[in-house]
Structure formats: structure tokens, C-alpha cells
Design a protein around this ligand. Structure first.
Ligand SMILES: [Zn+2]
Length: 1014
């Protein structure tokens, strides 16, 4: 037989497009439309409904950027349509190719009750089925003119990303506004033909099934009278019944589909718009659940539920009912889908605490899966946190975005730094916006790496980000794919059911050890430095606030600020969302974030101050007490306590260096700064070893061009390193401080349109060279690095992550090693030869790179660590990071890993001085083993007055120690992160008088609930 496939396939395409799809709505009449535009920010629903309208017509422009227009559409069902299905078609001016990312609407009835959302792929509103002739139609639409930021030519700088710069040019034109007859038979025929046509294209050309589909499609097309599609659609459908009924092969891949809309909590829109995006999508999805009995939907991010609850209670009532029916499924158990690289140990833990607690309180549901489809990489610390939160599974899709290496598994056990293993699934459909296209379903089946031993995968299905979620068309296609020859099977499935089934069928999955590094978006560790510093400052202040408020509560009876801390934590957690903390949102989001962080800092300082004043007692006492919020004692002040300040003698000296520059010495560390203000030597007195690589200079600022191929705020591409300018010319190198307690050298430089001032400080009794860098940054598309070439020969280095550290190679042997050319640390990077090492610590620089070089003198190697200070991408915020910044870093020669941990905490948690009458403040808890580190001291969230203390092993070894309480201890119980008694702690926890003996394995964390004797 002759091969006529292309002919029939082209015929199907044209007839579908030009004749069949238009026949879904065979008759229509125009609606009359009127409008009111809110003068500024969105108004409450009642106000929008009541506002006076003026006329507007199809074709008219509307919608200044970020404005809200309230449209009223009115009409009458024609008498001739009695008994038929009637829908309103409301096209706000959508581009159907861009679901999400543009204008959207929420439809209300005159009484203010929500109907459904309007989105580019979802423009219909059911009026009646069957309709009554002469029935009046009156609907209101809250239409948001969100401008398109990510356009067809993506990543072009735009001023539309902030209402302060966006101007007032209308962004859209009203398109179709009709009342129309909906022909369900034609609509079903469209789906039949789409499913079969798309499946056909995926089947091998030499297989019989492909030809059977082709001939059936041809018969259906023959059966259609192109002048009377509505009259012949049923006949065409009957030609397809047989091929649609043929069952899937027994070995077919099995897809659990779950309705979903991945809604970024802020990104190319401000937080306030996400509140409405979520409400529109939830309105759509609760309506679809009512229409489609097999359909199931999942929504993640407790914050988004909380927003609906607060701002759209009518929608929330529908959500609550659908959750109770088991069909609207809360997923993930986190407050938001956060970044996981940068949040601190405690913040990562609290994401789960607040997320899970919300779902438990609101719905009585405890999630056991972590749901992070879009997060930019996953730390080795995360598995233990997931397990300690009472969860056991992880879903993400993002690693499929990696530029270089293809991940070898889709279902596997992921092992964290402490050994915890989490059953993990990467949907092989490679998208979290599956739309049930044949190409997607076939890709999932072909792409699945675990064929032969596993058969199930998950497909999150629906348009995200204001695209409206799952459509009725997707549901219709899924029904046809349930059991169809030639295709993977599809059925709606809750995430937990999917995981249980996938785990049961795969008893010995492969194991992946260590972080899940995303080989993309590496610059999110650096972009929007002020947002990152705001986050880290908030995390540190929260640690102190909880510690001192708990101490004051137990010691002085001061009321513990449960509600304020709860609210502040939730705000910090929200801003760890995977487009806020990573710096990839529009200017508006980052401008607001800075202001929010400033407000939180003021509030937390107030809480800390009040607690410390209560502990210090009457200021008339005149004693200056030093409070130490760090987990290690310093200058005779115990960790978590306070002592009267004692000024040490101090033996710091600064002398001029021959040939220019200065020598700083405090007996522990001798640092030589040359005439260019660069560090040419740093010798640790205890070992006599030089930290700086021979022939090199440390504290070197380096400037690279930085114009990635795409995703400007997100990406730095490897070629940035090909060109570099060393910023060696100094405007000034001068002594800044020369007391016995502290010596410092100040270095000023200028480059491009920017200036930088650095202060290098050595303090008495400290083996740390502190480097304070102030930059006034006015560059575009540049990358600023701070380099430390170190005389250390090593194949790997340690970078701090949550509850421990992870190792990465210093070489590029394999493509996997080479891909990690920019990586994350929390507070330190540590590298060592046996017996001697160097730490670089920082309170808030996350991005860094580590490379090796030949050691000039003897052919060995040296290691260079570079911190990533600033970038200047121009999309999505055209002025990213412009202006003043302050960074702190420190070089610690001779540091063991324990020193790195200690100094890392110390630089972010400075001592505080308060005048009072107390002689000292004894810490609530004290540990006698340095490797055991307290990550939180707080009162239990349940208000019982119990003390909650979280401890982890920080060195990567086994550690025994005793946690002594300074109060009479009635009971001590190991808990999970939600502060519930938990027997999952495998380490030894034994109550021993007023204390607890602990024996923890490497990086193990344990949460203790300590009940004081009353
Ligand atoms: Zn996202």
C-alpha cells in the first residue's frame, strides 16, 4: 500500500483547526460590557462589585500595568437556545500560547460568590445546561492587567517589573465577549481526534497500531460534512470507538496524573498578585472537581492556603469541602516551596514545621511527601530534615533541567550527609505543567530510567502561575488515555498513593549519595545580595530572639512572644520561596523584600533587647554584661549566656612593611598586606604554616563579564571565566586601627563606575583575619569575586549546609565534577591537608567556586577559594544589585572543621552588651562537647512552657556529650521537628540528673523537649 501518512495527518490538522474546533460553539450573540478601573492597588470584592461602570467594547484597550479592572458582562439567552448548553466566552485579550504570565480574571456572581477563573486556556463560563430562553445573564470579572515580563523574545530588560516604573500604557484589548451555544458532541470529537492524532505521531511507522489509528481517523474525517460539522460529529465519533477501546499493553508505563498548578509565590509578579492567582486557580479547580468525578487536584504551599483563607473566604470554603472529600489534596507539608540551598538549618526545619502544622490544623492531614518540583537543587542536609519532620518521600522535577549530565534515575533512594535515605521520584514527563499531550505521555514512558524494575511515574498536570490549573480538556484526554493501546496508561492519583505504589513495586531502588546539584541557575546563590542578607540577618536574629526570650521566660517569667515569633517566622519562610531568596523575581518583589526584612529586624531587635534587659536587671546596677548568642563560648562568656565584660590585655601590632604595605600580628596570626592592599602572607603561629599559596596574593577582587545565554538573574555560564580583570590598583592603603585590642588596614579601590573599601582587621586573641568589604556597585552584567589562593593540596573541600557540611571536589575529572563550577556554602568553606587546614567564613555570601593550581615551588597543587559577591543581571530586574553593599568574610588559617563551625557562627552572631545589675546570666543548657552544636533554644510551640533544644553533630564524626540544664529537669523526650515525641532518633538520649547524655552519629540531629520541674 502507498504511504499516505503525511497526507492524512495534514488533513486532520487542517480540518480540526479550521472546521471542527470552531464548531464547538456554533452560535453566539455578543454580551454588553462595562468597566470600572480601580485607581491603585486591588480593592475588596464588595467595593469592586459596587463601583460605577462605564461602557467598554470588544477591541478597546484596557489595563495599565498591574491595574485591576472590574468588568460587568450582561446579556440574555436567546429564546431559540432553550434546552441547549450555553456558555459565556470571555477573552480579556489573552495570548493562548502563554498560560500564566499575562492578564487573568476571576468571575463573580452579582452576590459576590466566585464562579471560576479566566485564563488564556480557560475562557468559558457555564451559564446553563439546559438553558432557559430569555434568561438574563449578569456576571462580574475582576480582571488583573499583569503585564507580560517574559515575552516571546525572552530575558530582555523591562521596566514593567515594578509598578513604580511600569508606566500606564494599556496592556490588553478586550477580545471575544459572547454568549454561545456549546456543542458537547463536537467538543468530545475534538478530544478523540487530538488524543488519537497525538498518539499516532508517537508510534513507530512500521507498527500496525499506527496504521489502524490513521485509517480510523481518515474514516472519521470522511464522515464529517464540513458544511454541517455539528450534524455529523456523532457519526465521526462512531468511527473512532473501536480504536479508542483497544486496551494498553500489559507492560505499558503507568502514569499517575495529579491535577496541579505550580504557582510561584512571587516571581514575575508581586506577592499581592499571587494571593489572587491562587484564588483564581483554586476557584477553577474546585469547580472542575464538581464537574469531573474522577479528577483529583493537589496544591502545595501552606502559605497559599492561608492566603485564600484570609483574602477569599468564599473560595476557601469550597477548598475546605473538596479537601474533606479527599479530592483537593494538600501536598508537600512546607510553608512554601522554598529554595533549599540557602535556608539555614533551622529555617529549613521550620518550613516543614509550619507547613505541616497548618495542614494538620486546617484539614487534619499529615503529608509524608516533600513537594518541590521547581527548586534549584537540593542539599545533602535535606533528607534528614524531611525524615525528622515525619515525612519520607520527595518529589522534584527540576534536576531534569541540568545543562550537562542526565540524572541516571527517576525513582531512587536519596541519601543525605548523615545517611538518611528518602524515597525520591523525578517525574519522567520532565514538566510540572503536563497538559496530557501525546508527546508528553510518550516522553514520560520512553524517558523513564527505571524500566524493567519499576513501572509507575507521576505527572503533575495543569497550567501553573495563573494559567488556571488543569483544564476540562486535559481531564477529557486523561479519560481516553486510561487504558489505550500504544500509550502509557493514565489515571488520576493522589501523590501519597503514587508514592506508596511506587515504593511497593521497587523494593531495592538505586541509591544516590549527597546533594542533588542542579547544573543550572547557579547564579541564584548571588543575585539580589540585599535579599539574601535580609534572609540571613532574619535567621540569626530569630535564633537570638528565641534563645533570649526563652531564657527570660524561664528565668524572669517574661511573657514569651509566641504569636509574634510565629508571624515573623512565617514571613521569613515566605521570602525563602524559590524565586525570592534566589534573587530571580522582578524589582517590585525585591524592593518590598528589603523593606520587609528591615521591619522584621527592628521587631526582632526589640524582642531581643527586652529579653536581655529583663535578664540583665536594673541598669542602675552599672554592670556591662556581654551576651553570647552563638553556640560556642567566647572570651569567657558561655554559649547562650552572659558575663560581665572583661577587657583583655591585647597584644595586636601593626608595622610598616618594607616595600610598602603593613604587617599585622596578634601572636596567633601574622598577616602581611602589600602596597596594593593584597594579602601576601598569613602565617598561623601555632603551626608556623603559611596559608597563602606561594607567589599569589589573597583578598583579590576579580571582575568578570557575566552575560549568560539565558535566564540572566539565574544563570552564570562557564565561559564567564575566560575573561577576568584583577582589581589590584589601590587608591589608598592605610592603617585604620592600631590599638592593642585591634589592628586594621583600610584599602580603597575604584573600577568602572564603582568603588570598594575594605577593612582588614586582626583582633586580640583571635586567629581570624576579618575582611569587611563595602562596595558602591554601578556595573552592568559583571560578576565580582573575592579570591583566596591557599597553600593547601586537597582533592576535596567542605562547604557548610544544613546540620553539617558536604564535600565537593576541587578538580574537574568528570563532567559531574566540572558542572559544579559555582556552588553553595552557608557559613564556611574548609579545606585541609591531614593535620592542617584553612577555613573561610562568611555570614551571608553563599556562592563560591574552588579550583586548583600548580604550586610553583614543588609541583604540588594549591587551592583557590573565591566568594561570589555581586552580579548585575538586567532581567527580570533591570537594576539588580545597583548601589551600596556590605560584605564580611574572614580567613582562618590553621582551622580544623570544628574551628570553621565555631567561627562561622561567631561572625554572624556578634556579642551584645547590656548594662544591668546581674553578675551573669547562666545558659539554660550547656554542652561539654564542641562537636555537638545547639541550633535552637526555644519554648515549645504548644505553649506548655517546655523548653525545646535542637542539637546536631557538626563535625561529621561520632560524638558523645552531656547537655546540662541549669534548671531542675523533670523530663526529657526526643521529638520530631514538630515537637512531638518521636522514636526515630537513633542516637543515644539518656536523662541523667539535670541533663541528658547524648551520643550522636555523624551529622545526626536531635530535638529534645525538656520539661522543667515545677
Ligand atoms: Zn517555580
Amino acid at each position: 500500500m502507498h504511504d499516505d501518512r503525511t497526507l492524512v495527518e495534514a488533513r486532520l490538522k487542517r480540518v480540526l483547526e479550521e472546521r471542527i474546533r470552531p464548531a464547538v460553539y456554533p452560535e453566539s450573540v455578543p454580551l454588553t460590557v462595562s468597566v470600572w478601573t480601580a485607581p491603585g492597588e486591588p480593592v475588596p470584592v464588595a467595593e469592586g462589585l459596587a463601583a460605577p461602570r462605564s461602557p467598554i467594547a470588544v477591541g478597546d484597550a484596557w489595563g495599565a500595568p498591574w491595574s485591576t479592572s472590574w468588568l460587568t458582562v450582561a446579556g440574555t439567552v436567546p429564546e431559540a437556545w432553550a434546552g441547549r448548553t450555553v456558555e459565556a466566552l470571555i477573552d480579556l485579550g489573552f495570548d493562548a500560547n502563554m498560560p500564566g504570565f499575562q492578564c487573568e480574571g476571576l468571575v463573580y456572581r452579582p452576590d459576590g460568590s466566585p464562579v471560576k477563573g479566566l485564563n488564556p486556556q480557560n475562557q468559558w463560563v457555564r451559564i446553563a445546561a439546559p438553558a432557559v430562553g430569555g434568561e438574563p445573564v449578569l456576571l462580574h470579572v475582576e480582571a488583573a492587567a499583569n503585564p507580560v515580563i517574559l515575552d516571546y523574545h525572552p530575558f530582555l530588560p523591562t521596566e514593567l517589573g515594578d509598578k513604580e516604573t511600569a508606566g500606564d500604557k494599556p496592556q490588553y484589548r478586550l477580545a471575544r465577549m459572547d454568549l454561545a451555544v456549546f456543542d458537547e458532541t463536537v467538543w468530545q470529537l475534538v478530544l478523540d481526534l487530538e488524543v488519537l492524532g497525538e498518539l499516532m505521531a508517537e508510534l513507530p511507522a512500521d507498527g500496525a497500531r499506527r496504521w489502524e489509528l490513521l485509517r480510523a481517523v481518515e474514516r472519521a474525517l470522511d464522515a464529517i460534512d464540513l458544511q454541517d460539522v455539528n450534524g455529523t460529529a456523532a457519526a465521526a465519533r462512531s468511527c473512532l470507538v473501536e480504536v479508542l477501546a483497544a486496551p494498553a499493553a500489559p507492560s505499558a508505563h503507568r502514569i499517575g496524573a495529579i491535577g496541579h498548578a505550580h504557582i510561584d509565590s512571587a516571581w514575575l509578579w508581586p506577592l499581592r498578585e499571587t494571593v489572587r492567582k491562587v484564588a483564581r486557580t483554586a476557584a477553577n479547580m474546585t469547580a472542575l472537581l464538581e464537574d469531573e468525578p474522577d479528577f483529583l487536584y493537589t496544591m502545595s504551599q501552606a502559605q497559599q492556603f492561608a492566603w485564600i483563607k484570609e483574602h477569599r473566604p468564599e473560595v476557601y470554603a469550597r477548598v475546605k469541602k473538596a479537601v474533606a472529600d479527599g479530592r483537593f489534596v494538600p501536598a508537600g507539608g512546607m510553608w512554601v516551596e522554598s529554595d533549599t540551598n540557602m535556608p539555614s538549618s533551622e529555617a529549613m526545619a521550620r518550613q516543614f514545621v509550619h507547613g505541616k502544622r497548618f495542614f494538620l490544623a486546617e484539614f487534619g492531614i499529615e503529608n509524608e511527601e516533600a513537594w518541590l518540583p521547581d527548586t534549584f537543587g537540593f542539599t545533602g542536609g535535606l533528607p534528614q530534615i524531611i525524615r525528622n519532620a515525619g515525612s519520607k518521600w520527595l518529589l522534584t522535577q527540576k534536576i531534569s533541567w541540568s545543562q550537562i549530565n542526565k540524572f541516571p534515575h527517576h525513582t531512587f533512594l536519596w541519601e543525605g550527609i548523615d545517611g538518611t535515605r528518602i524515597f525520591t521520584h523525578f517525574p519522567p514527563v520532565d514538566t510540572y505543567n503536563c497538559s496530557m499531550k501525546g508527546s508528553e505521555i510518550a516522553h514520560a514512558a520512553r524517558n523513564f530510567k527505571d524500566k524493567g524494575v519499576a513501572r509507575h511515574s507521576l505527572a503533575p498536570t495543569g497550567w501553573g502561575d495563573g494559567g488556571g490549573g488543569t483544564t476540562r480538556e486535559m481531564v477529557g484526554k486523561a479519560a481516553r488515555l486510561r487504558d489505550l493501546e500504544g500509550s502509557a496508561t493514565v489515571r488520576w492519583q493522589r501523590p501519597a498513593e503514587f508514592f506508596a505504589e511506587a515504593e511497593a513495586e521497587y523494593p531495592k531502588p538505586p541509591v544516590w549519595v549527597g546533594e542533588l546539584y542542579l547544573e543550572l541557575h547557579r547564579a541564584t546563590l548571588t543575585s539580589q545580595a540585599r535579599t539574601k542578607q535580609g534572609n540571613r540577618r532574619s535567621e540569626n536574629l530569630l535564633r537570638e530572639a528565641e534563645l533570649w526570650c526563652a531564657t527570660a521566660a524561664l528565668r524572669t517569667g517574661l511573657a514569651y512572644p509566641y504569636e509574634r515569633l510565629d508571624r515573623i517566622w512565617k514571613t521569613v519562610l515566605l521570602h525563602q520561596f524559590h524565586d525570592i531568596l534566589p534573587g530571580s523575581s522582578i524589582a517590585w518583589v525585591h524592593r518590598e523584600a528589603e523593606a520587609t526584612y528591615a521591619g522584621l529586624a527592628a521587631e526582632l531587635e526589640e524582642l531581643i533587647g527586652a529579653a536581655q534587659r529583663a535578664l540583665a536587671g536594673d541598669p542602675a546596677g552599672g554592670r556591662e554584661l556581654v551576651f553570647n548568642g552563638a553556640p560556642h563560648g567566647r572570651s569567657a562568656v558561655p554559649a547562650g549566656g552572659a558575663a560581665v565584660a572583661v577587657a583583655g590585655p591585647g597584644d595586636c601590632a601593626v608595622t610598616a612593611r618594607e616595600g610598602g604595605g603593613f604587617v599585622l600580628d596578634n601572636g596567633l596570626l601574622r598577616v602581611v598586606v602589600d602596597g596594593d592592599g593584597l594579602v601576601v602572607s598569613a602565617v598561623d603561629a601555632a603551626s608556623g604554616r603559611e596559608a597563602v599559596a606561594p607567589g599569589t596574593r589573597a583578598n583579590l577582587l576579580q571582575l568578570h563579564p557575566d552575560f549568560p545565554n539565558m535566564w540572566d538573574a539565574w544563570d552564570v555560564d562557564q565561559f564567564y571565566r575566560n575573561t577576568v580583570t584583577d582589581l589590584v590598583a589601590a587608591d589608598e592603603v592605610a592603617v585604620h586601627a592600631e590599638g592593642p585590642a585591634e589592628v586594621a588596614v583600610r584599602v580603597a579601590r575604584s573600577f568602572g563606575s564603582s568603588t570598594v573599601t575594605q577593612t582588614l582587621t586582626l583582633r586580640a586573641g583571635s586567629g581570624r583575619l576579618d575582611i569587611d568589604t563595602e562596595v558602591d556597585w554601578h556595573e552592568a552584567e559583571k560578576f565580582l569575586k573575592l579570591a583566596f589562593p591557599l597553600d593547601v593540596h586537597t582533592e576535596r573541600y567542605a562547604a557548610e549546609t544544613q546540620f553539617g557540611h558536604q564535600f565537593r571536589p576541587t578538580h574537574t575529572n568528570t563532567s559531574w565534577d566540572a558542572a559544579k563550577f559555582e556552588a553553595c556554602n552557608h557559613r564556611f568553606v574548609h579545606l585541609a591537608e591531614p593535620g592542617w587546614g584553612v577555613a573561610l567564613v562568611t555570614p551571608s555570601t553563599y556562592g563560591h567556586d574552588v579550583t586548583r593550581a600548580v604550586r610553583g615551588e614543588d609541583g604540588g597543587t594549591t587551592t583557590t577559594v573565591r566568594f561570589s559577591l555581586l552580579r548585575a543581571p538586567r532581567f527580570p530586574d533591570p537594576r539588580t544589585d545597583q548601589g551600596r553593599h556590605r560584605f564580611r568574610h574572614a580567613l582562618v588559617p590553621g582551622a580544623e572543621i570544628g574551628d570553621a563551625v565555631r567561627e562561622g557562627y561567631a561572625v554572624g552572631l556578634p556579642e551584645r552588651r547590656v548594662t544591668g545589675s546581674a553578675e551573669a546570666v547562666r545558659p539554660l543548657v550547656e554542652l561539654d562537647q564542641d562537636a555537638l552544636v545547639v541550633s535552637a533554644v526555644k519554648l515549645a510551640d504548644d505553649g506548655s512552657g517546655d523548653l525545646v533544644v535542637r542539637v546536631y553533630e557538626s563535625g561529621g564524626g561520632r560524638a558523645r556529650g552531656r547537655l546540662a540544664t541549669s534548671f531542675a529537669l523533670a523530663a526529657a523526650v526526643p521529638c520530631d521537628l514538630l515537637e512531638r515525641p518521636w522514636d526515630g532518633t537513633r542516637g543515644e538520649v539518656v536523662v541523667d540528673g539535670d541533663g541528658v547524655r547524648l551520643a550522636l552519629r555523624p551529622f545526626e540531629l536531635v530535638t529534645l523537649r525538656l520539661t522543667p520541674a515545677r
